[in-house]
Design a protein around this ligand. Sequence first.
Ligand SMILES: [Cu+2]
Length: 265
Amino acid sequence: MTPSLRLGLTLLALALVLAAGLHYLQRAKPSVPASPPPAKAIPAASPPIAPSSPQGQGNIEGEVLLDGPPPPMLPLKVGADPICARAGAMDEQVLVRDGRIRNVVVRVANGSSAPAPSRPIEINQEGCIYRPRIQAAVTGQTLLVRTSDPILHNVHAYFGSSTVFNQAQPPSSRAIELTVGDSVGILKLRCDVHPWMLAYIVVTNNPFFGITGEDGRFQIEGIPAGEYVLEAWHERFGKKTSQVRITPSQTLKVSVTYSTEDRNR
Ligand SMILES: [Cu+2]
């Protein structure tokens, strides 16, 4: 082999390695993040309600209480399908611990509209249950509906009483990508094959919301100072509103109390 031929072969091999590497990088870059972090109360990338507001920002820390004994948790009536009929699956409509309610969405109801975060929110179908059951989104945000189940589901979305989406999702299929509409309200997902499968997305128009965790507490950070209506929503107990005043650099403590008689209507 002549020196020039050897040099040529070496360069060719180098070019092939580089080409393979570039190809891998392109394939490895997913179009949609496989599992972005769950929606947080304050997406960092979202602009505040009033970016030029000179008066500063404050926070809310709150708890949501149930006045009275929580209704008993009932087993889910999941039918005979062995994939769905896991032992011990309970209806998670009302989750209460130490008198505090989980899965209440609390939002600034009269804030100025802000663009949706570019990051999607996600729902997965696992063992014939939507996870998470409750979340919130900003108008125009992307929603990805995934399935981990080896059986057919049918994703049926309602906004109010109107169907906005209805599509079968076979096992191993790609995530269904939806865009949350421009109206504030409640987006409900139900599976037409398994009617106990329910999920709710509270659609709001700004990033200032929180969802109570297992301890029934929530927080909302970085709210421009001012007077607001704070609205809490629970799938069984419905809405509660209150007036709040946000003061710069202060954390307002808020307590929302539902009665066991309250209903979502
Ligand atoms: Cu289903």
